[in-house]
Design a protein around this ligand. Sequence first.
Ligand SMILES: Cc1cc2nc3c(=O)[nH]c(=O)nc-3n(C[C@H](O)[C@H](O)[C@H](O)COP(=O)(O)O)c2cc1C
Length: 181
Amino acid sequence: MTINVLAICGSLRAKSTNRGLIRFAQANAPDGMKIHLADLLDMPFYNADLAEKPVAVEQLLKQLAAADALLLGCPEYNYSLAPALKNALDWASREADNHLLSGKPVAIMGAGGGMGTSRAQYHLRQVCVYLNLQPLNQPEVFANAFSGSFDTDGNLTDERIQALIIKQLAALQKWTQQLRK
Ligand SMILES: Cc1cc2nc3c(=O)[nH]c(=O)nc-3n(C[C@H](O)[C@H](O)[C@H](O)COP(=O)(O)O)c2cc1C
């Protein structure tokens, strides 16, 4: 059975390197895995006063309902995860019994400064605990966005990181199958 993965990227920038990681993953997903990208551009901040859910939020919730696993592109902003990614998780977490997130397998990858977004990724892992998301431990994907690993459009060109992503997707496939049992 095909594993349907929803990728959520914390950077909204057109030439985002984090999106570049996800793009590479989409193009190199193993047989039996499809990766779709959520569109966060029009997503407002979570606000409990909104009587009706905005269209962009409804769309995200629909995609999450159809997803067997998540792939989170995690930029590091001021030593933590980017607000666009946190906001998407916050919206999703307000659904009944957190059913859209609870128990779902997750792979995390990120591109940033010298520490490869590791600090942000560990904050994100803390958020996963509360949401009962099931993050894959290894391999971790920490990319440097400023050392020639990407072209000027944000496409990943670094062969070491490319190989790491291919390994991570294979591990996510196995992890998703394991959690289904
Ligand atoms: C508000 C802000 C805060 C940032 N803080 C950090 C940081 O703490 N650590 C880091 O490695 N990079 C930091 N950066 C740089 C980002 O890693 C860099 O902009 C990265 O390319 C963002 O990902 P993108 O290419 O997907 O947009 C920060 C960038 C912004 C805009």
